[in-house]
Design a protein around this ligand. Structure first.
Ligand SMILES: Cc1ncc(COP(=O)(O)O)c(C=O)c1O
Length: 386
């Protein structure tokens, strides 16, 4: 019998670097390898108790029917009181930021439209751009004064008449940079001049260090707000990765288009999950600050342990829970170094090149997990690189 053949569209899709490395990790573990992972962006905190209680309460009250496809009104109201967007027309509740990214791209992109992607960047943006028929144009960033920087001139130079969207992530995975107001103003100027849409993924907004502040481009001017789709999620801020709930804020017309995409696919997170998410926003916020402080302690440990050795040095993150280790001095492809660390030092990290060519010469080290995992992982990393 002839084998089923997938569509050309599906053939364009690739697993993320984390998923590919996870497959390697499972294989090695099945052979008995003892591995410590500093790979994933998965907080090791439990979801705060008040949020779990809200979900239990909702289940007890029979909140198990179909949700409002735009998002339950109480949750949209809670998002509105945080963001200032109109709950009836400018807010959409999504199955994590992942679905928000997909819905936004499907709502914006026609076949052949170009999407500007800073390089290096979270690699899971690529497949939904391809699914939507978009063409990726990478805009290389570079390391200057201990920080990844996106040059507005490079951004402008990458624009063509087919450019439709710029995707930004601040705080920026994997680089750890938090874009400043000044940087965002320069980028926003290009967005407005070139009449682009700006997809702004802000899921690490609450995790910033040393006085760095998250600025949403949508807050910079009414003109930029009208061109921006803000993507956000409960995954990182409230340690709710498995709950699969997030939200988008955007002008009404594009929110409506995204809503239609959502109605034809996920139809939104479970009703009781949305009740729990509303509690996350409305309830006490000290859990967010406590987690941020713990990430700050872990960041300090990473920076201290990996400060400088063997020509390698850590680029201290301004936000998020990833640190980039600059290994250019080793003169080896980052994927070779990653494999060496996996097979000979028993520690799992992601090679910077997985996030784009400008990530070559770096390794992404996650401190989403702390405690013994982090301590042992850093020890193995250092020994493996030495
Ligand atoms: C930049 C970025 N955006 C989106 C996501 C996915 O978020 P969610 O769990 O809300 O789908 C991640 C997860 O690691 C991420 O790093």
């Amino acid at each position: 019998m002839p084998a089923l053949v997938s569509s050309r569209r599906a053939a364009e899709l690739k697993p993320t670097a984390v998923n590919s490395i996870l497959a390697e990790v499972r294989k090695l573990r099945a052979q008995g390898a003892n591995l410590v992972s500093l790979m994933r962006g998965e907080p090791d905190f439990r979801t705060p108790a008040n949020i779990i209680e809200a979900a239990n309460r909702a289940l007890g009250e029979g909140r198990t029917g179909y949700p409002d496809n735009r998002g339950e009104p109480a949750l949209r109201e809670a998002v509105a009181s945080r963001t200032g967007y109109d709950p009836s027309s400018e807010i959409l509740i999504t199955t994590g930021a992942t679905f928000g990214i997909y819905a936004a791209l499907m709502a914006l992109i026609d076949a052949g439209d170009e999407v500007l992607l800073p390089d290096p960047i979270y690699d899971a943006y690529q497949s939904p751009i391809r699914l939507a028929g978009g063409v990726i144009r990478c805009v290389p960033s570079s390391i200057a004064q201990d920080r990844f920087r996106l040059d507005p001139d490079e951004l402008e130079a990458a624009c063509t008449p087919r450019t439709k969207v710029l995707l930004l992530n601040t705080p920026w995975n994997p680089t750890g940079a938090v874009l400043t107001r000044q940087e965002l103003e320069a980028i926003g100027g290009i967005v407005c001049r070139r009449k682009l849409a700006l997809l702004s993924d802000e899921i690490y907004e609450s995790i910033v260090y040393n006085g760095h502040r998250h600025v949403s481009p949508a807050a910079l001017s009414p003109e930029l707000r009208a061109r921006t789709i803000v993507l956000n999620s409960f995954s990182k801020t409230y340690a709710m990765t498995g709950w699969r709930v997030g939200y988008c804020c955007a002008p009404a017309a594009i929110t409506q288009a995204m809503f239609l995409v959502l109605q034809q696919s996920s139809r939104g997170p479970a009703t009781f999950v949305q009740d729990a998410a509303a509690e996350a926003l409305r309830g006490p916020q000290d859990c967010v600050e406590q987690m941020r402080l713990e990430y700050a302690r872990r960041r300090a440990a990473v920076c201290e342990r990996l400060a400088a050795f063997n020509g390698c040095r850590v680029i201290a993150p301004e936000g998020g829970f990833f640190a980039m280790l600059d290994i250019r001095a080793l003169g080896r492809p980052s994927n070779d170094v990653r494999r060496h660390l996996l097979e000979h030092a028993g520690v799992v990290v992601v090679h910077g090149a997985a996030y784009g060519p400008a990530g070559e010469g770096t390794l992404r080290v996650s401190f989403a997990s702390g405690g013994d995992t982090l301590a042992q992982g850093l020890e193995r990393l250092r020994r493996g690189l030495e």
